[in-house]
Design a protein around this ligand. Structure first.
Ligand SMILES: [Zn+2]
Length: 366
């Protein structure tokens, strides 16, 4: 006779239990009652629950009131584990346990999210500094692939060299990120900074800029989004927020799945007003620190101010979600006045700037 264990059976209607012997079968369990009856429970008809690490295993079947079989013998637990029972059973109960720990963490950060004004991102800033650069790189890569799976990037030997020269002159020696920039052929007047150092510049923006200096201003701004971990902070907030919503909906089964799904959205790159201001001011400081004029970003903004086509464009914009342009220029100029006199470094020679600006000229339309 195959191995069997003592168990208590509750029919769910009366508080009394009956003593049974339980036997594991390939496709379920067999219950042998003392009066000679027996019952076959198929795997898919019951779930396996264990409330404590070494507590009794309970098998639950049916809707309320549920039938329950309680098996106190630890031997039964280890045999279940060896058999790797799946589906509605064994694994689910453990998965649920780890999800609830995760949920507790997310709930906690969710509460912090609600307490703290999203415009004053103190706690997420503190939290993201512990996230390794390599993880941010993976997140950024994931988001980039998700958003632009079939992107057409522009590249020419001379244009690439000019872009590299420009990027290298903007990045401080001790910067922990490895920046990679892609120019995507698109009429969008926009640039994006992903967690971990990936930058995207749309040809629509590149071609509307009047000078290499103004491009340097824009790129310094995007670099600061990376250095200040704005995307990663948004991701944390988003996870905390979606975690809260999912918990309130108490949909624990699909919890993890939906949360990871939610993490992939464009919202990671949708920076708040305070993040934008911070990146603007940081860009001016970075430019100065690297030996250039702190006014390069102002120069870019001024050129947009005079460019109706850019401002009226219907595609998602560099400025659409941001403080309005005039306000941004005012804040930036206020700070820049208080910085000491500007650096005088040259960004690119006119020929290199021309090569870079026309980098998409020979790419065929997608
Ligand atoms: Zn920005």
């Amino acid at each position: 006779m195959p191995q069997s264990w003592d168990a208590k059976y509750f029919d769910g209607k009366s508080p009394q239990s009956m003593l049974v012997r339980i036997q594991l079968l390939p496709k379920g369990v067999m219950l042998h009652f003392m009066d000679g009856r027996s019952q076959h429970w198929k795997h898919e008809s019951f779930s396996i629950v264990r409330d404590r690490e070494s507590g009794p295993i309970r098998l639950l079947r049916g809707d309320f009131p549920q039938e329950t079989v309680e098996i106190p013998d630890q031997g039964f637990a280890s045999v279940l584990e060896q058999k790797g029972l799946s589906g509605k059973g064994w694994r689910t109960s453990w998965k649920q346990k780890s999800i609830s720990v995760f949920a507790a963490i997310v709930l906690f950060s969710g509460i912090l999210y609600w307490i703290l004004d999203p415009e004053q991102p103190g706690i997420t800033r503190w939290m993201v500094q512990w996230i390794p650069v390599s993880l941010e790189e993976q997140l950024g890569e994931m988001a980039l692939t998700q958003l632009f799976p079939n992107r057409q990037t522009c590249s020419t030997p001379k244009g690439d060299r000019a872009l590299e020269t420009l990027m290298l002159s903007l990045i401080p020696r001790d910067d922990p990120y490895r920046y990679q920039i892609e120019i995507i052929r698109s009429p969008q007047v926009n640039a994006l900074a992903f967690p971990g150092g990936k930058l995207v510049l749309f040809s629509g923006l590149l071609e509307s800029l009047p000078s290499a200096e103004s491009l340097a201003g824009i790129l310094a701004h995007e670099i600061q989004h990376v250095r200040l971990q704005h995307g990663t902070q948004n991701l944390m907030r988003q996870l905390a927020f979606s975690g809260m919503v999912k918990l309130m909906a108490s949909d624990s089964g699909a919890f993890l799945e939906q949360m990871l799904e939610g993490a992939k959205t464009l919202a990671i790159l949708n920076y708040s007003r305070s993040f934008e201001t911070e990146a603007d001011l940081g860009a001016a400081e970075l430019l100065k620190q690297q030996g250039f004029s702190q006014d390069f970003l102002v120069q870019a903004f001024r050129s947009f101010e005079n460019n109706e086509a850019v401002l009226d464009s219907a595609v998602p914009q560099y400025f659409s979600t941001h403080p309005d342009l005039t306000e941004r220029i005012k804040i930036l100029e206020n700070q820049n006045r208080s910085l000491e006199s500007s650096g005088t470094g040259k960004i690119l020679n006119p020929q290199s700037w021309k090569e870079l600006k026309n980098i998409c000229a020979n790419v065929n339309s997608p």
